[in-house]
Design a protein around this ligand. Structure first.
Ligand code: RIB
Length: 311
């Protein structure tokens, strides 16, 4: 069973020809709201895409924006532990998605800031705790310590990127980052391989590489997984889908290489649809993509290794 502790946001999304530059106004196409937030997206990915028994600890305001977020988590089968904030509004995110599927996101954290170290539910029965960085860093650090002490594996998706205190890094079993986050967390401007060396105290580090694929460094091995080629429409939530499916597969006891492949397939499918939670695929869709793909050829693995600066 997986526990996700993190953010839930209502996403306000405008599609536009391009993402505005500072000071620029762009006439967009369409406006839609979607349930989002990195934590809630990852919980939905665990429960819907990977069919894992999933709980989520989240904080919401006492306002109408909370309702669609609760509805989406409920529909996915996530068991919620809600902290109801009187002071803060439900978290929101303002997203521009361009015609070439790039996005720019600004988050107003609101109630996500209200999650405190005292809010973690009893940890009995959970194999993994999955967190992100849209909730206070002190709270994330306290939860990591409590989970470690209880024998629960601690997984952090360090997004949005920020420097991590040693007290948090030392509690992690698995760190998941994209290339920008890796550079910031490792305080490193070099290749992926060079940055990974600086995080040698974290037992497993997974780096997502966008349309190239991903790699993972453990104590014993370095794995690479090439991406599943898709035509992207909206990449919002694709990284969250990857994280949720990866942790759910590991929670089922699957080997890391297999978990990386499933997570990559799920993330690729999420890029082909609009929105965050609305884009997360079903297990049947993932199985279908896995069955028909031979994406991880030696040539494509070599290309991923080259992107990472690996010999
Ligand atoms: O990772 C995508 C998410 O980032 C969006 O759903 C938005 O809410 C922000 O948290």
């Amino acid at each position: 069973m997986i526990l996700v502790a993190g953010s839930a946001n209502l996403d306000f999304v405008v599609t536009a020809p391009h993402i505005p530059a500072p000071g620029e106004t762009v006439l967009g196409h369409r406006f839609t709201t979607y349930p989002g937030g990195k934590g809630a997206n990852q919980a939905v990915a665990c429960a819907r895409a990977a069919a894992a028994p999933t709980h989520m600890l989240l904080a919401l305001g006492q306002d109408p924006f909370a309702q669609p977020l609760e509805a989406s988590l409920t529909e996915a089968g996530v068991q919620m532990h809600i902290v109801r904030s009187r002071e803060h509004a439900t978290g929101t995110a303002f997203i521009c998605v361009s015609d070439d599927a790039e996005n720019a996101i600004t988050v107003a954290p609101g109630a996500n800031q209200a999650l405190s170290p005292a809010d973690l539910p009893p940890l009995k029965g959970f194999s993994h705790l999955l967190m992100q960085l849209e909730t206070p860093l002190e709270t994330v650090t306290a939860y990591a310590a409590q989970a470690r002490a209880a024998g629960v594996r601690v997984v952090l998706n360090a997004a949005p990127a920020q420097a991590l205190p040693a007290a948090l890094l030392s509690q992690l079993d698995i760190l998941i980052v994209n290339q920008g986050e890796l550079a910031q967390v490792a305080d490193c401007q070099g290749s992926v391989a060079a940055c990974l060396e600086r995080l040698s105290t974290v037992p497993t580090v997974v780096v997502t590489l966008g349309s190239h694929g991903c790699c993972a460094r453990t104590a014993e091995s370095l794995l690479v997984q090439a991406a599943f080629p898709v035509t992207p429409v909206d990449t919002t939530g694709a990284g969250d889908t990857f994280c949720g499916v990866l942790v759910a597969a590991l929670g089922r006891g699957e080997p890391l290489a297999q978990a990386l492949r499933q997570a990559s397939a799920a993330g690729a499918l999420a890029c082909t649809r609009a929105g965050a939670q609305s884009s997360i695929p079903t297990p049947a869709e993932i199985t279908e993509l896995l069955r028909h793909s031979q994406e991880n050829t030696p040539e494509r693995q070599a290309a991923v290794r080259a992107v990472c600066g690996l010999a």
